[in-house]
Design a protein around this ligand. Structure first.
Ligand code: OSB
Ligand code: MG
Length: 376
């Protein structure tokens, strides 16, 4: 395939409810959507999961735009692409900027699946017809409010509950949840809010039978996590620390975690996600798909990767209605009794709704990748 043009759109969507983590609160979601057209007129879609502020990692939607415009789009210009795995190699010499890479690579994967008339899930090698999902709940104003939210999501059928923790909102909160919901599959995500000095406090979480504790220590660390894991019964799951297959290998060899959260954007795309998945499968390390409060496009990519066999723990891919008044795809992502039915249309399997996309578009630019015909 040869990509003819790429449209970058900057969208701003209001979240149904603010989402608070240990590092900040999201009220609006600003992000980039990529639409790539091939020579047959197929359209492939990708989403950058970079936020408007560099607090989860160093990228933002604005830095992504620059990297795409100055480096990544020129790299695919004029290239004959047989398979999306080639994009991973093509981009490899550019350091980091994984979310920018993943946005374009994701659009190419969607194009490839559509051209070969298969679902993105089957193009990736996944064969689940439905996936099990959990939900991630932000830090709340009160424990009572958190308990009532959990109650609602448990009744909706979500397969596990993840709550955000930070110093001052941790052991007592988890204890209160366990008193009210003794058996619900439960985990906690600290988004790097602690250090090894907090080991004794984190050890107290062992008594609550959590399925895992996600990223307790620094976002660039795998050494202290290995030290901490030796002291904890609860498995550590790494999120922010894993950017590549190499990072996964080192973390697993060091014993820094027992579980890995795969986010397509954080690791630079679907090809790298698949590599991490396959490596973890060979080592007996379960993986699950993380979330970045995605719109329907990114959500569809998450659904597809989750169909791979070693995604054996419920991920954070909740239904569209949990985030948006109205998502930008048709149909929206629907969760029933904790399951999402994997779509069976070619590619991402959901139709981007251009009318709604335009409504949320703040800025857009079309990049033409075909040299204009030379008139002699
Ligand atoms: O650490 O997994 C995280 C949201 C924003 C930034 C980081 C994280 C999260 C979530 C929410 O936990 C996942 C989702 O519902 O998309
Ligand atoms: Mg996390």
């Amino acid at each position: 395939m040869k990509i003819q043009n790429i449209t970058i759109r900057h969208l701003k969507m209001k979240m149904k409810a603010p989402f608070t983590t240990s590092f900040g609160t999201f009220v609006n979601k600003e992000f980039l959507l990529l639409e790539a057209t091939d020579e047959l007129g197929n359209k492939g879609w990708g989403e950058s999961v970079a936020f408007d502020s560099p607090w989860y990692n160093e990228e933002t939607y604005k830095t992504n735009w620059i990297i795409l415009e100055d480096f990544l789009i020129p790299l695919v210009k004029g290239k004959e692409i047989e398979h999306p795995d080639e994009i991973n190699e093509l981009f490899a010499f550019i350091r980091k900027n994984n979310m920018a890479k993943a946005a374009l690579e994701g659009a190419v994967w969607d194009l490839y699946a559509k051209r070969t008339d298969q679902t993105l899930a089957s193009a990736l090698g996944g064969d689940k017809k439905e996936i099990e999902v959990g939900i991630s709940i932000g830090i709340q104003k009160s424990v009572e409010k958190l308990l009532s939210l959990i109650d609602g999501y448990v009744k909706e059928g979500y397969k596990r509950i993840k709550v955000k923790i930070k110093p001052g909102w941790d052991v007592d909160v988890i204890r209160a949840i366990r008193e009210r919901f003794p058996d619900v599959p439960l985990m906690a995500d600290a988004n790097s809010a602690y250090s090894l000095e907090d080991a004794a406090l984190l050890k107290q979480l062992d008594e609550f039978n959590l399925t895992m504790i996600e990223q307790p220590l620094a976002s660039d660390d795998i050494i202290d996590h290995a030290t901490l894991q030796k002291q904890l019964k609860t498995p550590i799951c790494l999120d922010e620390s894993i950017h590549s297959l190499e990072d996964a290998r080192k973390a697993v060899e060091l014993g820094s975690c027992g579980i890995i959260n795969i986010k397509i954007g954080r690791v630079g795309g679907l090809t790298e996600s698949k590599k991490i998945h396959d490596y973890c499968e060979s080592k007996g390390i379960p993986v699950w798909c993380g979330g970045m409060l995605e719109s329907g496009i990114g959500r569809a990519h998450n659904v597809a990767i989750t169909t791979l066999s070693n995604f054996i723990m419920p991920g954070d891919t909740a239904g569209s209605e949990r985030y948006w008044e109205r998502d930008i795809i048709d149909p929206e992502v629907i969760v029933e009794n904790g399951y999402i039915t994997v779509p069976d249309e070619p590619g991402i399997g959901y139709e981007p709704n251009l009318e709604r996309i335009e409504k949320f578009t703040v800025n857009k630019k079309v990049y033409n990748l075909v040299d204009k015909e030379v008139v002699r």
